[in-house]
Ligand binder design. Structure first.
Ligand code: COA
Length: 323
């Protein structure tokens, strides 16, 4: 495989919001939220921006890898909630870590964003264009969520995760990947954050928040993700049970359980932090990856499947062999 995972890091806002606190905002209960989603609390920004969290996670990933900013050749940030349209978050990270020779840009594929960014980095490295990459997922979803909508505000959290990859000089082979988008289902999970407003527009300032057809998203994830994972493993000689660990996008415990069941793999191979972190969209996979590495639950020699799914609709899976 062309790339090796060298280091990971994560950053979460200090403020933790429990389900009980949400009861004061919307008609819900801790019991309902836990039963339907597995979520007990989430971290919420009290001022931290997407760039603040991305920079903090990036610094930890570089430290973990024993690398410095001036070595970094490519910085990709996956995000759908940056406060700044310009400059992109990746350029803000570049400046903060002193990665003067890096190329930096953002990419938005919602909750599949980290995976799609990783695939992009992998393709650049396999083709020999860059020799390393810092891939980051960072979100402050709390500002695009409607805190009066009990169907969505209970689900999401803020945070960032980062992974530093280096090219394996002895391999040109890209990681096994499955990556899909279905734009015809875009309205199932949408957010019109940037209102239509210019000097010639006479309509209302129609700032919008996240809207979601929860049941449709649930059906999509529980059908498409196991299929994508099986298609991925079909590209290798591996069976679902040969995988040591499945690091899935942390949207909902019931979705993860359903995917494990469809693959007929022990749920113990599907670690989850959704109870403490909620759904952090593009940040969720690298946050969990970092937790698992730091806790020693994933180690060199292990085969790890990463899988993301979300708005777009987008979804995908890849196989990472840790060394
Ligand atoms: N607290 C209490 N009741 C709630 C509620 C909340 N936070 N949110 C919705 N309800 C109510 C609904 O209004 C509905 O009431 P009604 O029967 O009186 O109309 C009832 O609970 C059932 O709603 P429904 O939407 O059918 O619930 P559900 O079992 O599908 O669970 C989700 C809702 C959102 C938890 C579930 O659909 C889900 O997890 N979907 C996937 C969402 C997701 O992961 N999105 C991100 C993907 S990246």
């Amino acid at each position: 495989m062309a790339i090796k995972l060298k280091g990971t890091g994560r950053a979460l806002p200090d403020r933790v919001v429990t389900n009980e606190e949400l009861v004061a905002l919307v008609d819900t209960s801790d019991e309902w939220i836990r039963e339907r989603t597995g979520i007990g609390s989430r971290h919420v920004s009290t001022g931290e921006t997407v760039a603040d969290l991305a920079v903090a996670a990036a610094k930890k990933a570089l430290e973990d890898a024993g690398a410095t900013g001036d070595e970094v050749e490519l910085i990709l940030v996956a995000s759908c909630s940056s406060e700044m349209a310009l400059p992109c978050v990746a350029c803000q990270v570049q400046s903060a870590i002193g990665a003067h020779k890096a190329v930096a840009f953002d990419l938005n594929a919602a909750c599949s964003g980290f995976l799609f960014a990783m695939h992009t980095a992998d393709a650049y490295m396999a083709s020999g264009i860059y020799h390393n990459a810092l891939v980051i997922g960072a979100e402050v979803l709390s500002k695009i969520v409607n805190w009066e909508d009990r169907g969505t505000c209970i689900l999401f959290g803020d945070g960032a995760g980062a992974a530093y990859f280096a090219k394996d000089p002895e391999s040109q082979t890209p990681l096994p990947y499955v990556q899909r988008s279905d734009g015809t289902k875009g309205q199932v999970l949408a957010c019109g954050q940037h209102a239509h407003k210019n000097a010639f527009y006479e309509g209302e300032d129609n700032l919008q928040y996240v809207t979601m057809d929860g049941r449709e998203v649930f059906r999509f994830a529980t059908r498409q993700v196991p299929e994508a994972i099986l298609e991925l493993l079909g590209k290798t000689a591996l069976e679902p049970d040969d995988i040591d660990c499945y690091v899935l996008h942390q949207a909902n415990r019931r979705i993860i359980e359903s995917i494990a069941k469809r693959l007929q793999v022990d749920i113990a191979k599907f670690p989850s932090n959704v109870e403490r972190v909620g759904n952090t969209s593009s940040a969720s996979i690298p946050i969990l990856l970092d937790e698992l590495r730091k806790e020693g639950r994933i180690k060199p020699g292990m085969k790890v499947v990463l899988s993301g799914f979300g708005a777009g609709l987008t979804y995908g899976a890849c196989l990472l062999e840790l060394s």
